[in-house]
Design a protein around this ligand. Structure first.
Ligand SMILES: Cc1cc2nc3c(=O)[nH]c(=O)nc-3n(C[C@H](O)[C@H](O)[C@H](O)COP(=O)(O)O)c2cc1C
Length: 164
């Protein structure tokens, strides 16, 4: 069943984020596809990210209480690979693969990303291998033009519009 599940999930075209954090527990980041909007009816909008409990970024987000979901553009696959552990860079050295700024929460915001959602953790829970963080969005920045980086069929892709 697990193989069938993974095969089925490989058919889902997902956007790719690098989730970052900084604070008393230090700076960390990880590549994820498990990011989605939760609600805009809460006092502030909320979004969900799911991160493996063994990821140092998971531990750091829990301790820092803040994160930034950086939505990658189609020209940022190298950043995804770096924060997915697919290069030689480890720990905070991963941050040398791109340029960053900070704003509301102190969590690193990826320059050139399609969107950056700065969040404060308002709910978290472990389910199976992953910790689910719900973040209250304290700031959003968006790039006016650009294609998203997608992950589909176990590889990167870019979208093609069916209408103009
Ligand atoms: C496109 C893509 C999507 C991923 N999505 C997730 C995800 O949603 N959650 C997660 O915990 N890991 C996800 N990963 C895996 C982590 O990025 C990977 O395990 C990483 O090496 C963890 O490194 P760390 O243990 O140093 O944090 C994804 C990787 C890639 C390439």
């Amino acid at each position: 069943m697990n193989d069938a599940f993974l095969e089925g999930m490989s058919r889902a075209a997902n956007s790719v984020c690098v989730v970052t954090t900084d604070g008393p527990a230090g700076r960390a980041g990880v590549t994820i596809s498990a990011m989605t909007s939760v609600s805009v009816d809460t006092p502030k909008p909320t979004l969900l990210v799911c991160i493996h409990t063994l990821s140092p970024a998971c531990t750091a987000i829990l301790a820092n209480g803040v994160f930034c979901a950086n939505l990658l553009g189609s020209d940022q696959a190298h950043v995804s690979n770096c924060f997915a552990g697919r290069t030689d860079a480890t720990g905070i050295d991963k941050f040398t693969c791109a340029d960053w700024t900070t704003n509301h929460t102190g969590a690193p915001m990826l320059l050139g990303a399609l969107a950056q959602f700065e969040c404060r953790v308002v709910h978290e829970n472990i389910f199976g291998s992953h910790r689910m963080f719900v973040g209250e969005v304290e700031g959003v920045s968006t790039k006016p033009i650009g294609d998203p980086l997608l992950y589909f069929g176990r590889d990167y892709a870019v979208p093609t519009r069916l209408t103009s």
